[in-house]
Design a protein around this ligand. Structure first.
Ligand code: PRT
Ligand code: MG
Length: 215
């Protein structure tokens, strides 16, 4: 009975390594330097697959992986169908915020009831947020380099992830309103949880203990 864990390269992989270690799982190759997508671990029945961050919920939903680690941002955009979400792992923390070009009076535009054009990789999060505020928006879906949209006049504002704020600053943008705090979640395929209950429970419990010990 093989357990497949879906992770994304970069911060999620790096911050998941200690949690895997708590479950006795170690990836033996240097994932960041490899072009491979499937990695064996020190445990013959556990393997790790590397996918795009936004594809982790999809792989787990359709059983391409039994479990995975996904940012709440990706999880909300996905919708969470077919996923059991037992744990907030408290890793890869950031926030989703509204940002505009330096000098654009966002509060005034909102107060005047202006229709705002929003560029974002997170249309679900953005749509819900502005709907609750009662602000009319037109959504432009982008897949990266959101910062460029207000600078080129393509959008009034962006909805993007912010951590230190350095990326916004470097592009002469200002954060005008936080939307939500983000961290990564453990997601588990609901059918796998029934069929592979014992090994999955072991991993979930070990992750839970490691998160509790750290926070
Ligand atoms: O790159 P790809 O399209 O494959 O996916 P991704 O960009 O979502 O993947 P990755 O690995 O960059 O991020 C994975 C997850 O990490 C995200 O889904 C978030 O849940 C979480 N996370 C935490 C972040 C950040 N912090 C973060 N700062 N993801 C992205 N960023 C980016 C942000 O988009 C912006 O471009 O970093 C920039 C802002 O950082 P500061 O420090 O300059 O504010
Ligand atoms: Mg990225």
């Amino acid at each position: 009975m093989t357990i497949t864990i879906a992770l994304s390269k970069g911060r999620i992989f790096e911050e998941t390594v200690p949690l895997l270690a708590a479950a006795g799982i170690a990836v033996t190759e240097d994932v960041e330097k490899s072009r491979k997508l499937i990695f064996e671990t020190n445990q013959s029945d556990v393997r790790v697959v590397l996918v795009r961050a936004s594809d982790v919920p999809v792989y787990v939903q359709y059983g391409g992986a039994d479990l995975g680690v996904s940012g709440l941002d990706s999880l909300i955009e996905h919708g969470g169908q077919g996923l059991y979400q037992p744990l907030d792992l408290q890793i890869a923390k950031c926030r989703v915020s509204v940002a505009v070009r330096n000098g654009f009076d966002y509060q005034l535009a909102v107060k005047q009831g202006a229709r705002l054009r929003i560029a974002t990789k997170y249309p679900e999060i953005a749509r819900n947020f502005f709907a609750k505020k009662g602000v009319h928006v037109d959504m432009v879906k982008l897949y990266g380099s959101m910062e460029l949209a207000p600078l080129t006049g393509m959008a009034d504002a962006i909805v993007d992830l912010v951590s230190t704020g350095n990326t916004l600053k470097a592009n002469d943008l200002v954060e005008v309103e936080p939307i939500m705090d983000i961290s990564s979640r453990l997601v588990v395929n609901q059918a796998s949880l029934k069929l592979k209950q014992e090994p999955l429970r072991h991993i979930i419990d070990a992750f839970a203990a490691a998160v509790a010990a750290k926070n």
